[in-house]
Ligand binder design. Structure first.
Ligand code: NZQ
Ligand code: ZN
Length: 391
């Protein structure tokens, strides 16, 4: 196991009606004037926004609102939020929505206390300071409710890039599984795929002897394999929703990623798809992961064979472990298809003729040097082949 530091100070309020505590939690974590940030309207329609506002009013906390965050959140609204927040003198950002809203909130929180352009953080500068952020989560997916990361698309070039720093870990996150019951099945499945991707990105490691984190990841993958079909069949299954919601947090606050190298090439490759075609991140990952896994499988067959046996229930073929590895990848792919995820470029709305452009932006865009690295290092040629495998 590698040396590591782990700092995860988010306070979680989990369960039915938890959103009623929003006002008290903002107060507890020092907010005296709040910017409420939300997406395209689902929280207005569900009545959640009104409940959150009532909870702030009950504590006498003034607030301003900024809605309109799009899935794959854009830089334009972040600039708007920074300006509004400064003008109004807010000292706390409250995200009410999914990963996109939370990421946009984190970007505003960092940008508000930084003299330069907030995009500097998305070009590699660590976020050391930010206003406090709280979240009321409405979809189990990105894990941003417990993570030190934020992903934003810069409209100037459509670069989708990530930033990070412990300063943007939410001070508190409110997780009420009931709030996820209004999700359309496609969004539920896309979120589940993202959660599983966060687990696989950590599972694909070059560090040896990481039994505790291997076993945690396998447990969470098994949970997803068992619980997701239940909510696809019955969206109101609270207990399954609850298990998925907590698995989504566990998958990405890095408790199962410490002390080991991680991959993230599937995410890096997918981000170009969601940037170019504006597809749901999880749907893009459903098409990307099987291709990446098959392409890099030979780097460590036993890693894939282990997941195949322990998670997907495949028989170990000791003479030909590559067969077991492949069977596990195929089982994962079939699972994703069974929950309604796309399996190729066409179903995703991507085009084969765009591959050169995708590869160019992936490998050279926004200051990159021609390669992406993770479990294995991939160059232009590798990335081209991987995108071709998705056609
Ligand atoms: O915008 P509204 O109207 O709220 O609708 C959203 C949106 O259309 C809808 N939705 C959310 N909760 C709902 C609901 N509809 C009905 N009922 C509810 N309860 O679902 C759609 C997707 O929302 P979004 O916030 O985009 O989803 P998600 O949480 O999957 O976030 C995706 C973003 O997170 C980034 C992705 O790249 C993508 O931009 N990621 C962020 C990470 C992080 N910060 O740590 C890590 C991830 O790997 C990921 O890259
Ligand atoms: Zn993700």
């Amino acid at each position: 196991m590698d040396n590591f530091s782990f700092y995860s100070p988010t306070f979680f309020e989990f369960g039915k009606k938890a959103e009623e505590k929003a006002g008290k939690l903002v107060k507890r974590f020092g907010g005296s004037k709040v910017l409420i940030h939300y997406g395209g309207g689902s929280v207005v329609r569900s009545g959640l926004l009104d409940r959150v506002k009532a909870s702030l009013e009950a504590e006498g906390i003034p607030f301003v609102e900024l809605g309109g965050v799009k899935p794959n959140p854009r830089s334009g609204l972040v600039y708007e939020g920074i300006e509004l927040g400064k003008k109004e003198g807010v000292d706390f950002i409250l995200a009410v929505g999914g990963g996109s809203t939370i990421d946009s909130s984190k970007a505003i929180a960092a940008g508000m206390v930084y003299d330069g352009d907030f995009w500097d953080f998305y070009q590699g500068k660590e976020i050391l300071q930010a206003l406090p952020v709280g979240t009321v989560l409405t979809i189990a997916a990105a894990g941003s409710e417990g993570s030190p990361n934020s992903v934003i698309t810069n409209e100037n070039g459509m670069f989708k890039r990530g930033a990070g720093g412990d300063a943007i870990r939410p001070k508190f996150s409110i997780l009420n599984p009931e709030l996820t019951q209004t999700l359309p099945p496609f969004q539920t499945a896309a979120g589940a795929t993202d959660i599983m991707a966060h687990l696989y990105e950590r599972y694909l490691t070059n560090t040896t002897d990481v039994e505790v984190t291997d076993r945690l990841i396998e447990a969470l993958l098994l949970t997803m394999k068992n619980e997701v079909p239940k909510v696809i069949k019955d969206p109101d299954n609270y207990e399954a929703r609850a298990n998925i919601m907590w698995a989504g947090m566990m998958a990405h606050n890095n408790s199962c990623g410490v002390g080991r190298s991680q991959d993230w090439n599937s995410h890096t490759i997918e981000h170009e798809l969601s940037a170019l075609y504006d597809v749901a991140h999880g749907a893009g990952l459903a098409v990307t992961m099987p291709a990446v896994f098959k392409y890099v499988m030979n780097h460590n067959i036993m890693r894939f064979a282990q997941a195949a046996v322990r998670v997907w229930g495949c028989q170990m073929d000791f003479e030909h472990p590559e067969n077991t590895a492949l069977a596990g990848i195929e089982a994962f792919r079939s699972f994703l298809i069974s929950i309604g995820m796309p399996s190729n470029f066409e179903e995703l709305g991507a085009k084969e003729e765009d591959i050169p452009e995708l590869v160019k932006v992936l490998c050279y865009g926004d200051g990159r040097d021609g390669k992406i690295s993770g479990f294995v290092t991939l160059d232009e040629n590798d990335c081209t082949k991987i995108y071709q495998m998705m056609v």
